[in-house]
Design a protein around this ligand. Structure first.
Ligand SMILES: NC(=O)c1ccc[n+]([C@@H]2O[C@H](COP(=O)([O-])OP(=O)(O)OC[C@H]3O[C@@H](n4cnc5c(N)ncnc54)[C@H](O)[C@@H]3O)[C@@H](O)[C@H]2O)c1
Length: 274
């Protein structure tokens, strides 16, 4: 085998990940899926949450992986400083950050009180801001890395709930700003925009979800693991030139949902629609 062919073969078979990745909101939902996927690939997972991430950490360890639990309210800048200091001491490095923690309040404009607005903004937008400010210097000292911010399709289109939509649009813009700022430190920053994903975040919204799925060309909600696959890609050496990008993972909802539903509602399925 020539050297070039050998190098190509090695590249085709090997995906490299950072040695240590911090995932917020890791105790449940999609965050737990990201943590499990990373743990299964030999990455040390720093699982941070306001809830107890202990059970997840024990599960990752029982499966042969490496993980640590960190108590963190992402809205608290001082707590971020403490957690990153813990990681610097215990691990000495950090190559990835997944700002996944988020909350949803499905309230329309006039039902959104000042308190709801501020709470959602603090977690969904201020949280990733504090997180990137706290983690980026350690990532720089570790030789660079990748930050993945979990926004939403609500951060790409007009969504009826103003606090959630504005927080996720804010995170879309914050990611692009951070991508420019941190490029000089070898840190890439991208945002992921899931559509409907089957987690507890959708609990109590069965009618809303059932109606929404009618606008999803894929015809179903996503499994958390399908979002984790995109997060893995963005953390890996398979995306080294990808930064400042929005990656939409929504079964075609944003790009084709409108006409998918119009055709379904009019029972027109293709061919010459006149
Ligand atoms: N589920 C969906 O359909 C969907 C769609 C698009 C985007 N998202 C986004 O994906 C992310 C994960 O959502 P999910 O569906 O897994 O939600 P989830 O409610 O199932 O889990 C969220 C996790 O975040 C933690 N958390 C909440 N507030 C926190 C805080 N202040 N500090 C630290 N941790 C906190 C919770 O304890 C929980 O473990 C969120 O940012 C959400 O907005 C979800």
């Amino acid at each position: 085998m020539s050297e070039a062919v050998h190098a190509a073969a090695v590249h085709a078979d090997t995906v490299r990940y950072p040695g240590t990745v911090l995932v917020t909101g890791a105790a449940g939902g999609m965050g737990a899926a990201h943590a499990r996927a990373l743990g299964a690939r030999g990455v040390h997972v720093c699982a941070a949450d306001v809830a107890d991430a202990g059970p997840l950490v024990r599960e990752i360890r029982a499966a042969g992986g490496s993980a640590s639990a960190h108590e963190l309210d992402v809205a608290d800048a001082a707590a971020w400083a403490r957690v990153v200091a813990e990681i610097r001491t215990e691990r000495g490095e950090l190559g990835g950050l997944v700002n996944n923690a988020g909350i949803s309040r499905r309230l329309d404009f006039m039902a959104t009180t000042e308190d709801v607005w501020e709470t959602v903004m603090r977690v969904n937008l201020h949280g990733p801001f504090h997180g990137m400010r706290a983690a980026a210097p350690l990532m720089r000292d570790s030789g660079g890395g990748s930050i993945v911010n979990i926004s939403s399709i609500s951060g790409q289109i007009g969504y009826f709930s103003p606090a959630y939509s504005a927080s996720k649009w804010g995170l879309t813009g914050l990611s692009k700003s951070a991508a420019g700022n941190f490029a000089a430190w070898g840190i890439r920053v991208n945002s992921v925009h899931p559509g409907l994903v089957g987690t507890t975040l959708l609990d109590g919204a069965d009618a809303f979800v059932a109606a929404a799925v009618r606008s999803v060309p894929a015809g179903r909600t996503a499994r958390p693991e399908e979002i984790a696959d995109t997060v893995l890609f963005l953390l890996s050496d398979r995306s080294t030139y990808l930064t400042g990008a929005e990656v939409t993972v929504d079964g075609g909802l944003v790009s084709n949902g409108l006409y998918h539903r119009i055709l379904a509602d009019t029972e027109q399925t293709g061919g010459d629609l006149g």
